[in-house]
Structures are given as C-alpha cells and as structure tokens.
Write a protein that binds this ligand. Structure first.
Ligand code: GDP
Length: 296
C-alpha cells in the first residue's frame, strides 16, 4: 500500500519525539524521505536538491528541532515550498489585447497539441464568449489540418478553410487577415509538431511568431514524459519564448513532478492541464492540488 509523504514524515517525527530531543540528523532523515518522494514523483534531480535545501533552511529557521510537533511543521513547510515553487495562484490565458489576438500552440507530435487547441477554443467560447478561429499550420502531416477541422465541427468553432500548398507562414498570415476582416476575437494557431526538437522546427516557430505576433505562446507538453518535458520547455523557451505551459495527460498515473520541474526551470506558469481525451477535459492549473498530489 502506498504511504503518502505526509504520513511518512509525521511517522518519522512521531517516533523520534518519543525518544526525546531531535537532532539535525533527524531532520536530515526526513529530508531524505522528501528527496525520495520527489524523485518518485519524477521531479528533476537539481530541482529536488534546491527544493530540499530550501526546506532545510526553513525548518532550521522555524525551530523544527525544538518543536513539539516537528512532523506537522515539516509537512507544512514542504507544502508551502511546493506551492511557492509551483506559483501561488492559477494564471489563466491572458485575453487582454486588441482583437484579433493570436495564441500560438507549440510542442512535439503526440503531446496533445491539436486536441488542446480545440479544448481551448471551446473554453474561450463558453466561458469568455470569444469568437475564435482555429488554423492548423501543420503542412507536414497530411491529415493534421483535417483533424483540426473535425474537432472544430465537434466544438462548433470555426477553422480556417484549407488551401493546399501553402507554407505555415502563409497560413498564419491568412488566418490573421481572415480574423481581422471577419471580426474574430482570438486566433488559435496550431503549429506543426515533430518527434523531437530540431533546428528546422525552431526556425519555423520563430518565423511564425514574427508574422503572427502572438499574445500567448503556449507549450503543450505531456506530463508523463517527465524530464524530457522539462528539457523541451527549456529549449522552446530559449528559442521561441513561452508565455505559458499546458500539461496534458494529467489524468494519467504521473504524480505531477514534471509540473514542479518545468515551473522551476523555466519560471513560466502552467496555465492549464489536460485531464482526458474529451473536449471539456481541460482544467485550470491549481498549485495546491498539485502540491497535494506530490505530497500524497
Ligand atoms: P498532437 O500531435 O500534439 O496534435 O496530439 P493530438 O492532439 O493528436 O493528441 C494525441 C492523443 O493524445 C489523442 O488521442 C488525444 O485524444 C490524446 N490526448 C490529448 N490530451 C490528452 C489528455 O490530457 N489526457 C489524455 N488521456 N489523452 C489526451
């Protein structure tokens, strides 16, 4: 049976307090347990190190050793540091700009980019009353543009008519122009994915950015890919610049460690999480909920 980190920490300290005064070694034992739990939750190693250092400093500062309830104190400190690292509040998509406002979706193939694009379009329509136009800029995968059109019909959001033979930049320009002429509030640009990051992909993303001047650039990353997702976020942020991250497959078994690492490494907010294949399986990111999931 899986024992949660909070239970483990309380257990360790309960045992120790019965024995008498706590030592620094006792606190270190708890920190080892925290380190193990974070690694199990797929948090990157350097993030784990810096995290446990912060918890140690704060535990010492808070006088955990002398406390009568050290277990609870450490659990609270761990929880506080988790939430601080994840970002205190949920950060929604920023819709404050003159229309048509472009949102560029980037990421690797299979991460859930097209699905997430349609989910966001549905959300913008239902919750924010925005008229949205979606455009697929993926000219490499023959069925990609059609896939977005199918999802568009499903969520009842318009997609840019497909014109064969156009480059991604030409499609982006056509989408922005159509949005201006037809009074759309938001343009969602679903860019092409690849199986891995390469120079042509990054050059293409940079060019699309130049021409569409997106208000948001959201990386769609698979939460189950752990450290790969963190490297991906770092790479995309350095080359194209991200305004936020959408983590998909948070309905899976992962403990959410990728969320902590990505936020820590890039400093970019996780704005939304994908929690299933259905079109309304998109939630706001809640630091408290993820902290609880990591703590168990
Ligand atoms: P793309 O290549 O990045 O555009 O990926 P797709 O949007 O085609 O998604 C790939 C697969 O992942 C599809 O079967 C989606 O239904 C599925 N998917 C996307 N997001 C989620 C999610 O949050 N949870 C789950 N379980 N599946 C998802």
């Amino acid at each position: 049976m899986f024992e949660s980190l909070s239970d483990k920490l309380s257990g360790i300290f309960d045992k120790l307090t019965r024995r008498g005064a706590l030592s620094e070694a006792d606190v270190n034992e708890a920190l080892r347990e925290i380190r193990r739990a974070l690694l199990e939750a797929d948090v990157a190693l350097d993030v784990v190190r810096s995290f446990t250092d912060k918890v140690r400093d704060r535990a010492i500062g808070a006088g955990v050793i002398k406390s009568v309830t050290p277990g609870q104190m450490v659990v609270k400190i761990v929880n506080d540091v988790l939430i601080e690292t994840l970002g205190q509040d949920a950060e929604p998509i920023d819709l404050v700009a003159a229309p048509p406002l472009a949102i560029m979706m980037v990421g690797l193939q299979g991460a859930g980019k097209t699905t997430t694009t349609a989910k966001i379009a549905k959300r913008l329509k239902e919750r924010h009353g925005k008229r949205t136009l979606m455009a697929s800029l993926d000219v490499k995968r023959p069925a990609a543009q059609e896939q977005l059109a199918v999802l568009g019909r499903q969520v009842e959001v318009d997609t840019l008519p497909i014109v064969p033979g156009q480059t991604p930049v030409q499609i982006a320009k056509r989408a922005m122009e159509a949005a201006r002429l037809q009074g759309y509030d938001v343009v969602l640009l679903d860019t092409a994915g690849r199986t891995h990051i390469d120079e042509p992909l990054m050059a293409e993303m940079a060019e699309i950015k130049t021409f569409s001047k997106p208000h948001e650039i959201l990386l769609v990353a698979d939460a189950l890919t752990g450290q790969d997702a963190v490297n991906l976020a770092q790479n995309f942020d350095e080359r194209v610049g991200l305004t936020g991250i959408v983590l998909t497959r948070m309905d899976g078994d992962g403990r959410g460690g990728a969320a902590l690492s990505m936020r820590y490494v890039t400093g970019k907010p996780i704005k939304l999480i994908g929690v299933g294949e259905k079109m309304d399986a998109l939630d706001e990111f809640s630091p408290t909920r993820i902290a609880n999931r990591i703590l168990g």
